[in-house]
Design a protein around this ligand. Structure first.
Ligand SMILES: Cc1cc2nc3c(=O)[nH]c(=O)nc-3n(C[C@H](O)[C@H](O)[C@H](O)COP(=O)(O)OP(=O)(O)OC[C@H]3O[C@@H](n4cnc5c(N)ncnc54)[C@H](O)[C@@H]3O)c2cc1C
Length: 418
């Protein structure tokens, strides 16, 4: 349930995105390089600290506020939304599992934008099968020595503090999370390789060659790395990616409506064709559904309510609905969308980039089904961390049933029976 404060934040982010981010998009698409300036611009707004407790200098504004920031940035540039979401995902492990000392050292620097945190779990040989990872940390006196390589790390090339999950022993109790400063000897970035989309954002590979860290760099318990990875992904990652998808979805609908109003065929605007209207109506219905899912899930987090399945569903459906709309957007733009420099082509490329992170659609569906078929098999992370997730102070919405951010429209706006 959004408050006036949330709406003020939305206006501020929207203005920032229009004035500061939009003018960078063409160069990001052309150069396909990491835009370091973009990352610091966003971090300097203090928005990476949106969920950080005010006692550490954060906004304490919670997950609906975070969703607004990521959605509004992504509407203008999914790369900008991805910068914000990836670092807020990096916050999760410190906020949820960090010691008082780790929180005191790192959270204020993240909140003020001077350090961007990452989370580095994925490896080429294991992907979404986290337990299949091969990177290791070996105890050596009062230190650990890390070796291995992580890939697809969000903000890899701009992050100052990597949250790295590696093997310290066998089995599911054999993973441990560490905080590793990007400038530690032995930490090396692989050259940035442009991907299909999200140009400007870095999600590349980081090598760890005999990187020595003190034992105090362990986040949570030794052997507790799986919980750190899973809980961060479910509590922050899924709803973050759903917010990127929502911003993209809004941009797709706006692009298509403009095209339907301005492209003339048969001496009339394209939007006069019933088939085009039908597609636009379906898009709007999907957008409303995706918005309702993500804001409902974020609102439940802010209220400390158990909501793991709502978080997972928001990512699953948010991305699936977006990709359906992208397909229709491509159809309506027809050959024009095939210019790789066109706005529709950028939206299509960026949209595909939000399917794998924080778990592919198949993995989300698998996890939702497991929750129904085998209740209790997985911990409910939102219940476990309820006290740490709730929004603070004036950001906390009044206690009533969370309402979707927009009315949920369940059928296309084409006059068909409902
Ligand atoms: C933009 C972006 C940002 C990212 N950010 C980060 C980050 O910050 N940190 C990080 O560590 N990683 C990050 N990743 C990596 C991301 O988490 C992985 O891409 C994801 O876990 C899937 O791994 P994979 O791509 O290797 O696919 P794979 O795991 O190899 O999956 C291949 C196929 O098998 C299916 N599949 C796999 N397992 C199952 C299952 N159990 N049930 C059903 N189907 C299954 C998948 O759906 C997929 O179709 C990012 C990726 C992208 C694209």
């Amino acid at each position: 349930m959004t408050t006036e404060l949330h709406e003020q934040l939305r206006r501020a982010v929207r203005d920032f995105a229009t004035q500061e981010v939009a003018p960078r998009v063409a160069a990001m698409e052309r150069d396909q390089a990491v835009d370091r300036g973009l990352a610091s611009l966003i971090a300097n707004q203090g928005w990476i600290g949106v969920t950080i407790d005010p006692r550490w200098g954060g906004m304490g504004a919670g997950h609906e506020a975070k969703t607004i920031i990521v959605e509004e940035l992504s509407r203008v540039s999914a790369a900008a939304g991805a910068v914000a979401q990836a670092s807020q995902l990096g916050v999760a492990k410190i906020a949820l599992f960090g010691s008082e000392e780790q929180q005191r050292i790192w959270l204020p620097t993240i909140a003020d934008g001077s350090v961007l945190p990452t989370i580095a779990v994925t490896e080429t040989g294991s992907g979404g099968h986290v337990l299949g990872m091969r990177s290791t940390a070996r105890r050596s006196g009062g230190s650990y020595v890390l070796n291995g390589k992580k890939c697809f790390v969000g903000n890899s090339h701009v992050g100052g503090l990597h949250g790295v999950v590696v093997r310290t022993g066998p089995g599911s109790r054999g993973l441990t999370a560490f905080l590793v400063e990007a400038d530690r000897p032995g930490v090396a970035l692989e050259p940035h390789e442009p991907r299909l989309g999200l140009h400007g954002f870095s999600f590349g590979s980081i090598r760890f060659d005999n990187v020595k860290v003190p034992a105090s760099a362990v986040v949570g318990e030794v052997g507790g790395g799986l919980a750190v990875a899973y809980s961060s992904s479910i509590l922050y990652g899924r709803v973050n990616l759903a917010a990127v998808a929502l911003g993209l979805h809004r941009a797709v609908v706006e692009r298509v409506v403009s095209e339907a109003q301005n492209r003339v065929r048969y001496s009339r605007p394209l939007g006069d064709l019933p088939v085009v209207q039908h597609k636009i109506g379906k898009m709007q219905a999907r957008l409303a559904a995706a918005s309702a899912l993500v804001y409902q899930a974020a609102s439940m987090l802010d209220r400390g309510q158990p909501c793991d399945s709502a978080l997972i569903a928001s990512k699953h459906e948010g991305v699936a609905l977006l990709l359906d709309s992208v397909r229709q957007g491509m159809e309506i733009h027809a050959a024009d969308a095939l210019y790789s420099g066109s706005a529709m082509a950028r939206l299509m490329r960026d949209s595909w980039c939000v399917e794998p992170p924080a778990g592919t659609g198949d993995v989300q569906a698998h996890r939702l089904a497991e929750g129904l078929l085998h209740p209790g098999r997985y911990p409910d992370w939102s219940e476990r961390f309820a006290g740490k997730l709730a929004a603070r102070g004036a950001w906390a919405a009044p206690a009533s049933t969370p309402a979707p951010a927009e009315p949920l429209v369940l059928a296309a706006a084409d006059g068909a029976p409902r």
